[in-house]
Write a protein that binds this ligand. Structure first.
Ligand code: F0G
Length: 468
């Protein structure tokens, strides 16, 4: 791979990771002609591209981790009893020890936890849920119940270039204002750690704790969307000198102590391919969720998962707290960010925990917003190097007003999410090389016409054609 054209001055090559590779999965790069044809057949929606036609899959860091030998062997210990299986108690013990909550409810993934939680809270028309920034499924689960999802992340989060250590913080003044303006109407506050929609940016421990105090004052249940809790804890350790000497488990515990509970997609920091859970201390709410979930998820000790899945989560949530692992993880992502940034690719700063976010509007300024610039760049990245990224911008967040006109979100990103423990540094250089080459010819990228979109979560099923 010729990377001599890349400026590599001043980049930091990570120290090696605390693991080695025991098994490999073969991949291949389809030809340029194949890639062009596949894109057209996929109607320019990367979700429709068969994964066999992808060399490097950066669509998501969710459910894509490489499990460890200890997790694979834990699968064999799965107790598949329908009710009160040994695996459930192992799983619950791991969560209780790490998070400190009494009650633990497994769910098949994060959005199932969200669905059950909002239903149990009886969220409905006229109600509000507040967040720094809701992830799209969380947002959809709230809107689906007729309630409103309000994002109150600090204003600086919308400044792509501004380097702040904790750009995922919620604006506490705005939260307090909202709580006093709408008494009794805010049914929950959910802090997303790290803030996925805003670039994988961490939330400071101060912010979590102050929000906890505020929520208590107003008697509003305060939950963490803790999908990437370990990465958030690592950023607290490395970006806030007061916690430099604290262990990752101690920081994590301080985050959990400030909240009433968590909604978790285990497909991220629990290092598994499927799974999720709710953990909390409120017995009444817990019992309500248990009653509701039997209809859709299953009995409360398995929640739509196999016993072996619970074992893999129990092992994964312990492994993720390894500081050496987290350091390598974050430094690998940082390396990609530095390579792109130093070579003129517009990237969100500071670099987040689980991926690098390209600024789609700056990458392809010649494409008008009506032609979905970030989605167009995402397609071009695939055509360039068989790399699958995902649009996290207009396609995910734009909504129509009452006249049918699009309201465009402030941020328009292409996310390069890095799966955990999957790719090598060589892969990182391959990604950087291809994206820098593409950026150098970005004026050739064509816009897209949307030919179909469903009203909710449109990005999964939208279809496009090229603007010729
Ligand atoms: N919360 C956050 C912060 C997420 O990033 C996700 C999923 C969910 C909740 C929902 O969890 O997928 O297990 O149902 N994020 C994935 C992503 C899909 O690609 O960022 P799920």
């Amino acid at each position: 791979m010729d990377i001599s054209f890349l400026n590599v001055d001043g980049i930091t090559i990570p120290e090696p990771p605390p693991y080695k590779i025991k098994t490999v999965e073969f991949t291949r790069i389809p030809t340029k002609d194949e890639r062009t044809k596949i894109l057209r057949e996929a109607r320019y929606n990367l979700f429709n591209v068969p994964s066999e036609a992808i060399y490097l899959d950066l669509l998501t860091d969710s459910g894509t981790a490489a499990m460890s030998d200890l997790q694979w062997s834990a699968l064999m210990r799965g107790d598949e009893a329908y009710a009160s299986a040994r695996s459930f108690f192992n799983f619950r013990k791991a969560i209780q020890e790490i998070m400190g909550y009494n009650y633990v409810i497994p769910t098949h993934q994060g959005r199932a936890a969200e669905f059950l939680f909002f239903k149990a809270l009886e969220l409905g028309p006229g109600d509000y849920a507040l967040s720094n920034q809701f992830f799209d499924t969380t947002h959809a689960n709230i809107v689906n119940r007729g309630a409103k999802a309000i994002d109150l992340v600090i204003e600086d989060a919308y400044d792509v270039q501004k380097e702040l250590p904790f750009k995922g913080d919620i604006d506490l003044k705005k939260v307090e204002q909202f709580l006093s303006d709408y008494p009794g109407k805010v049914k929950t506050i959910i802090l997303t750690i790290t803030n996925n929609s805003g670039g994988g940016q961490p939330v400071s421990l101060d912010n979590i704790q102050k929000l906890g105090t505020l929520a208590k004052e107003y008697n509003v249940p305060f939950f963490l969307d803790a999908a990437r809790f370990a990465e958030n804890a690592y950023f607290i350790k490395t970006r806030d000198p007061r916690y430099a000497d604290w262990s990752i488990p101690k920081i994590a515990r301080a985050m959990f102590d400030a909240a009433d509970g968590v909604l978790v997609s285990a497909k991220k920091d629990c290092l598994v391919n499927i799974g999720g859970f709710i953990a909390l201390n409120d017995k009444e709410l817990y019992q309500k969720i248990r009653r509701i979930m039997v209809i859709t998820e299953g009995f409360p000790t398995y929640g739509g998962l196999a016993g072996r899945d619970l074992e893999a989560m129990a092992q994964g949530i312990r492994e993720v707290l390894n500081e050496e692992y987290l350091r390598y993880r974050v430094e690998q992502v940082t390396l990609l960010g530095q390579l792109l940034d130093k070579n003129g690719v517009p990237v969100l700063k500071p670099f987040g925990g689980h991926g690098i976010y390209l600024d789609g509007l700056a990458f392809a300024p010649h494409i008008p917003r009506e032609q979905w610039p970030s989605q167009a760049v995402t397609c071009a990245i695939y055509e360039q190097g068989a790399i699958r990224a995902t649009e996290i911008g207009s396609l995910v967040f734009a909504e129509k007003d009452e006249n049918g006109n699009w309201i465009w979100p402030k941020l328009d990103f292409i996310r390069l999410a890095i799966p955990r423990r999957v790719y090598l540094l060589d892969h990182i250089f391959y990604i950087a090389k291809n994206i820098v080459e593409l950026k150098d010819n970005a004026d050739q990228i064509k816009g897209l016409n949307m030919t179909y979109a469903p009203p909710i979560l449109k990005h999964f099923n939208a279809e496009f054609e090229l603007v010729e």
